[in-house]
Design a protein around this ligand. Structure first.
Ligand code: BGC
Length: 251
């Protein structure tokens, strides 16, 4: 199917799924039903590339692709690997994914991509000052936004909490499920993390994305931060929308 120049494929490579859709980058709308394939565990770049290609092929798409990736990514090169194979470190993932799909793929940190959706079309658009976007899933990703500008590759999911634990190893959604925590127990952990972050960066607004953003009613009563705290309007599609929009902007 022919796509117009405002219709960009966004793909979100996450710890559990690789999902994509065509995004209208003028308004952030998903134009097709999302296609999702499970992420192979401990995936090396070639294995991720294979699944990535299957998602691109599903849309019969050629052109610019924006892709969120669960690691620090600088100029297309992967710098960290917390929840993916260490074999990804040092790899120019822009090149690997462009080659396998025959598209022009631009890769960004997944939380930065999701945060960018909020800057372009969501709650961070009208908000001046410091906004923190957090994606809570397999890990905890962060996007720091200052006066509508993204500060890329912050990693607040890797700060040591006052209890000595790395925040994403204490309060991610994966930990909630893996340790069979109740929503109340997990909500208290998330609150500890948020109180700590709030005391360090004092943002005007915290936006939460990832699967748990759909379930705020289950844990919101445990959150005691003073900062305004809201779910992303795109819920867990923010990564797809933001990746497509960032790619359109940068290309
Ligand atoms: C990674 C981040 C990523 C987050 C969410 C963390 O483990 O270090 O780069 O944004 O998971 O996927």
């Amino acid at each position: 199917m022919p796509y117009s120049s405002n219709q960009i494929l966004g793909i979100d490579i996450g710890g559990s799924g690789i999902k994509g859709s065509i995004v209208d980058v003028t308004n952030g709308a998903l134009l097709c039903e999302r296609h999702k394939i499970l992420t192979p565990s401990n995936a090396k770049p070639e294995e991720l590339a294979e699944v990535f290609k299957q998602v691109v092929d599903k849309f019969n798409y050629k052109g610019i692709v924006g892709c969120g990736f669960p690691a620090v990514v600088q100029n297309g090169v992967v710098k960290t690997a917390a929840n993916i194979s260490k074999k990804n470190i040092g790899v120019n993932i822009n090149e690997v994914l462009s080659k396998v799909s025959d598209c022009n793929v631009l890769v960004f940190n997944d939380a930065d991509a999701a945060g960018y959706a909020s800057v372009s079309f969501g709650a961070a658009k009208e908000q001046k000052g410091v906004v923190l976007f957090l994606t809570i899933g397999t890990g905890i990703g962060s996007a720091l936004i200052i006066d509508n500008k993204l500060v890329p590759n912050t990693e607040f999911g890797h700060i040591f909490m006052q209890n000595g634990l790395i925040s994403e190893k204490y309060a991610s959604d994966f930990i909630r499920q893996n340790q069979e925590l109740s929503w109340d127990e997990w909500g208290e952990r998330l609150n500890e993390f948020l109180l700590y972050i709030e005391s360090i960066i004092n943002p005007e607004l915290i936006i939460i994305g990832g699967g748990v953003s759909k379930k705020m009613d289950k844990f919101q009563h445990k959150i005691t931060i003073k900062t305004k705290f809201i779910p992303s309007v795109y819920l867990n599609n923010a990564g797809i929308v933001g990746a497509a929009s960032l790619a359109a902007k940068k290309s």
